[in-house]
Ligand binder design. Structure first.
Ligand code: ADP
Ligand code: MG
Length: 640
């Protein structure tokens, strides 16, 4: 198929989307107000189409259109799709930026990014002067960074007097949500206009199962049940694709393994009700989608609203989700598998009714729904650690973090926990003011605890040992866990051998050793295969390490200019109308303080007296070290 035919079909496809009929009105609505809330069913075209409409309308001539996504995979996938629709190379007019992966260029006018990335951009440029429009997408997910961005944008741009402050043209802010939180959002943004895109949805019949009851809130036995249900649908329901909701990568892999195994035993002559169904294609999360065969997509919550999968008629809902929850007692965020909320369950069921009537099979009982599932999902800001966010806010000059405009306020004790931790890290002082160290810490896209460790290592000169560890902790799990028991044994053996090489009891040292061994190997991908290590994860770790090192070196330079070069050793001095020192080496005060025990007892030489007379090296050192403590000396290292 030629490129233009493909484009034509994509263009026709996009004209079928519910958003298309509202194109002109939407463009006008964005132009007319600073803030605009847009709601519309998942799949109506908000994420992929609106930025294209605004681009076409020439809104980018002053600056970029930025669209945030709470999920990394969504930012990348959607950018790929839009680049395809706009017929351009990804990274040119359409690009994406997620943590540690920037696929944008000078030409990028439509930029998809994670909300975390935009928050970091606000730090460097609080009025977002490079943007003409900022679209906060998937706001109903209520991710921590999106909630903070909402508050910040409201604070900076709500007052009309501020709308062009520090900018040559006004910024437009669009807030998009898949559910009906529109009124709450509009009220928060001083009753800004709401644009609702009418959806076309079909009825979805929901049935409850028997596998998970109210006492099974920590159950992990549901994978088998989900697989059984998917196979039941496959053999007894009419044609139509299946979407299965599970909670994470390892569960998805297990479910797919079981499905492959069981699907092999189906005899299509006798076992399958609908004789037009000739096979089952099992797809973990996402993949290319051929037609004519029933697809079974096994996904996490990402398929609830972030990514639309066409053709889904049946939903199998496990009823669980993996969620990050703050545990005040241990002072850490813990990833837990918990029951989803009722609103989330409805969202999942809705995925089956996009193009025709659908069915949703819930593996849990009605009682579980009533007793164990909360009405709504608690926003992330009310259940995760606020340490990084509080430091960001403080660095942005928001000193009173308790009275910040939150859409939903976090509990005060969570804010106090964050302040306490930042104080322990020396990132803020007793009065809550950001320290020099805090300003350095905020530059790193890492959890403040890890950043603190990295900066401490750098101050001890051993950052080369910690950088790889920080990088390895920032990528997905590197150890492969095969489903097959025999292969699992083999992988375990290899992993244990790797751990033994680095002492056997220190997991951080194991990460470091894996990083170093692989990097120094002649054929790193073959090395990974041999040791049951994810090559893709290690490749990302190599790239992350370089990026972290770059940030560290850039900051060290700043730091050196500011502090460290006040301290030098030099060989000779020449005095003319100014004092010149020659043959110079920067040092740290720590290195010489014990060598020069009398340093503090010596009286200072006045600069004027030094300038008037010839001085010995020894005298010069005494003068120089005292002066240096006070201010930058008027010396130059240039040759005369
Ligand atoms: P919304 O943001 O309103 O949920 P999207 O703009 O994400 O809607 O999607 C609109 C439509 O575009 C979807 O219904 C789907 O048909 C199509 N689409 C989006 N992304 C992809 C993709 N990666 N591959 C195939 N189709 C896609
Ligand atoms: Mg969307």
């Amino acid at each position: 198929m030629s490129k233009s035919t493909r484009w034509d079909s994509k263009e026709n496809e996009s004209k079928q989307l519910p958003i298309y009929r509202h194109k002109a009105k939407l463009i006008q609505a964005v132009k007319d107000s600073t803030f605009l809330v847009i709601t519309g069913e998942t799949g109506s075209g908000k994420t992929t189409q609106l930025p294209q409409y605004l681009h076409e309308a020439g809104i980018c001539k002053n600056g970029k259109i930025g669209i945030t996504q709470p999920r990394r995979v969504a930012a990348i996938t959607v950018a790929q799709r839009v680049a395809q629709e706009m017929q351009c190379t990804l990274g040119r007019e359409v690009g994406y930026q997620v943590r540690f992966d920037d696929c944008t260029s000078q030409d990028t006018a439509v930029k998809y990014m994670t909300d975390g990335c935009l928050l970091r951009e606000v730090l460097a440029d609080p009025v977002l002067s490079q943007y003409s429009v900022v679209i906060l997408d998937e706001v109903h997910e209520r991710s921590l960074s999106t909630d903070i961005l909402l508050g910040l944008l409201k604070k900076v741009f709500m007052d009309p007097a501020n709308a062009t402050k520090g900018r040559s043209f006004p910024l437009k802010v669009v807030v998009m949500s898949a559910t009906l939180e529109a009124d709450k959002l509009s009220a928060f943004l001083s009753n800004c206009p709401v644009f609702a895109i009418p959806g076309r949805t079909f009825p979805v019949t929901c049935t409850f199962g028997t596998a998970v009851g109210p006492k099974d809130t920590e159950s992990t036995g549901y994978v088998k049940e989900v697989v059984k249900m998917a196979l039941d649908v496959h053999t007894s329901e009419m044609a139509g694709d299946i979407l299965v909701f599970l909670t994470g990568q390892s569960e998805i892999e297990r479910a797919c393994d079981l499905l492959y195994e069981k699907a092999e035993t189906i005899d299509y002559r006798y076992d399958v009700q609908d004789q037009t169904v000739e096979g089952l294609l099992i797809l973990p999360l996402y993949g290319s989608m051929p037609t004519g065969i029933r697809k079974c997509v096994v996904a996490t919550n990402i398929a609830a609203t972030s990514l639309t999968i066409n053709g889904i008629k049946y939903i199998i809902d496990s009823g669980f989700v993996k969620q990050l929850n703050h545990n005040s007692r241990v002072g850490m965020d813990i990833l837990e598998v918990v029951p989803i909320s009722k609103s989330e369950a409805q969202q999942r069921a809705g995925r089956a009714g996009r193009t025709s009537a659908g069915k949703c099979f819930r593996i849990y009982t009605k009682e579980f729904w009533e007793k164990s599932m909360p009405e709504y999902t608690i926003p992330e800001i009310q259940r995760t650690s606020l340490t990084a966010v509080v430091l960001t806010l403080k660095c942005l000059g928001v000193h009173d973090v308790i009275r910040f405009p939150y859409l939903d306020c976090p509990e005060e004790r969570f804010i106090l926990d964050a302040l306490k931790q930042l104080y322990q890290f020396d990132a803020i002082d007793r009065r809550g003011k950001v320290t020099r160290l805090g300003e350095l810490m905020v530059e790193f896209p890492l959890h403040p605890g890890l950043t603190r460790a990295l900066l401490k290592a750098a101050s001890l000169g051993c950052e080369d040992l910690l950088l790889p560890v920080a990088a390895m902790l920032s990528v997905e799990n590197i150890f492969i866990r095969p489903g097959h028991p025999e292969k699992q044994k083999e992988a375990d053996k290899k992993h244990r051998a790797l751990a033994a090489k680095s002492g056997g009891t220190n997991d951080f040292a194991t990460l470091l050793s894996v990083f170093q061994l692989c990097k120094s190997s002649d054929r790193p991908s073959a090395w990974c295969k041999d040791h049951w290590i994810h090559w893709r994860a290690l490749k990302s770790a190599f790239s992350v390490e370089i990026q972290l090192k770059d940030i560290l070196h850039r900051l060290q330079q700043l730091f050196d200019d500011e502090v460290e070069l006040n301290w030098i050793i030099f060989h000779d001095v020449l005095v003319t109308s100014r004092v010149y020192i020659r043959t110079v080496c920067p040092i740290r005060y720590d290195w010489v303080k014990d060598l020069l025990p009398k340093l503090h007892e010596v009286d200072a030489y006045e600069l004027s007296s030094v300038a008037r007379q010839e001085v010995t090296d020894e005298e010069m050192i005494k003068w120089e070290t005292r002066e240096a403590a006070k201010r930058q000396p008027e010396v130059s290292t240039e040759d005369i």
